[in-house]
Design a protein around this ligand. Structure first.
Ligand SMILES: Nc1ncnc2c1ncn2[C@@H]1O[C@H](COP(=O)(O)OP(=O)(O)OP(=O)(O)O)[C@@H](O)[C@H]1O
Ligand SMILES: [Mg+2]
Length: 285
């Protein structure tokens, strides 16, 4: 039996006596997913969601089974960036348990809290409510067999991050930053959140986004608007791989706004995401 997930996904008030922890299967909860990889950053607005969406599409183009979970419950971007804002995920009841079916487009399975809320209405949630909604999504989505499930994290290091690292076993994290000093200052915090003893998630590497700008009419010129090689130097200092340097490209922004990820296009930006995907697949599989 199928029904709209609007009825299926509802906030369950946490009871102080009864922990929700027992409901969820914790780190064993996604047995059909080979690798869960978080896409994170220190600062906001550096291009995490853009990288996550294009990486997902590029991994799928390489023949992998891919899903992407939007963990930004306060500002979900995935429905817009994939042109799936109108999608209404279905709920299938499997052995008495409601399972949410992810939205499929561009060969990727997408899930976001944005599918369950009106775009113009802000989600005003206290921390525990947001964390619970996310847990419910993580555990109730019927991902099926996946090679890679990407998790697009909100910026920074919040209780959402802690909750995700407790809820699923992450194979690794990709940390995105722009090269300017204010963004770099928080990258180490983001990296240390994964590497610390309690969390112990390997950082697969750093991605330098908005590394330079090349105007179409001057294809040989590179303008380092946010500074040159800031993330590259930090990667060296932290002994982490630099996975990609992605330029500022008008088409990246436009295709994100238009819901058609640039990784679908055969151009320099599309190829850059394919190369990033190949590197990450090489590290994981
Ligand atoms: N390389 C790029 N070239 C041009 N525009 C870009 C590039 N990367 C990201 N953008 C644009 O910058 C904006 C912010 O990107 P995005 O939403 O991916 O950042 P974010 O880190 O996920 O933000 P948040 O912290 O709010 O989740 C978007 O409009 C996106 O299209
Ligand atoms: Mg984002």
């Amino acid at each position: 039996m199928k029904q709209s997930a609007y009825q299926g996904l509802h906030y369950v008030k946490p009871s102080p006596k009864k922990s929700v922890a027992h409901i969820y299967k914790g780190k064993e909860g996604l047995p059909q997913v080979r690798h869960v990889v978080a896409v994170a950053s220190g600062k906001g607005g550096v291009g995490k969601s853009t990288v996550a969406v294009n990486l997902a599409v590029a991994l799928a183009q390489q023949g992998l089974k891919v899903g992407l979970m939007d963990a930004d419950v306060y500002g979900p971007s995935i429905p817009k960036m994939t042109g799936t804002e109108q999608a209404q995920p279905l709920v299938e009841v499997v052995a008495g348990i409601e399972k949410i079916i992810p939205v499929e487009r561009y060969g990727v399975k997408w899930m976001s809290i944005g599918y369950f809320s009106a775009a113009e209405k802000p989600l005003i949630w206290r921390g525990p409510m947001a964390t619970n909604a996310l847990r419910q999504l993580l555990n109730q989505v019927e991902w099926g067999a996946l090679d890679v499930l990407l998790i697009d994290l909100p910026p920074g290091t919040s209780d959402i991050h802690v909750s995700i690292t407790q809820e699923v076993k992450l194979s690794g994290a990709v940390v995105v930053s722009t090269p300017q000093a204010v963004a770099l200052a928080d990258v180490e915090k983001g990296v240390n959140m994964f590497l610390n003893d309690k969390v112990n998630v390997p950082v697969l590497g750093l991605v330098e986004n908005m590394a330079w700008f090349t105007p179409e009419e001057l294809p040989d010129n590179k303008y380092y608007i946010f500074g040159k090689d800031g993330v590259a130097r930090l990667a060296e200092k932290l002994h982490l791989p630099l996975l990609a340097q992605l330029p500022i490209v008008q088409g990246i922004c436009e295709s994100g706004d238009g819901g058609t990820p640039i990784a679908l296009q055969e151009n320099a930006a599309g190829s850059a995401f394919l190369a990033l995907a190949a590197k990450i697949a090489g590290l994981l599989l």
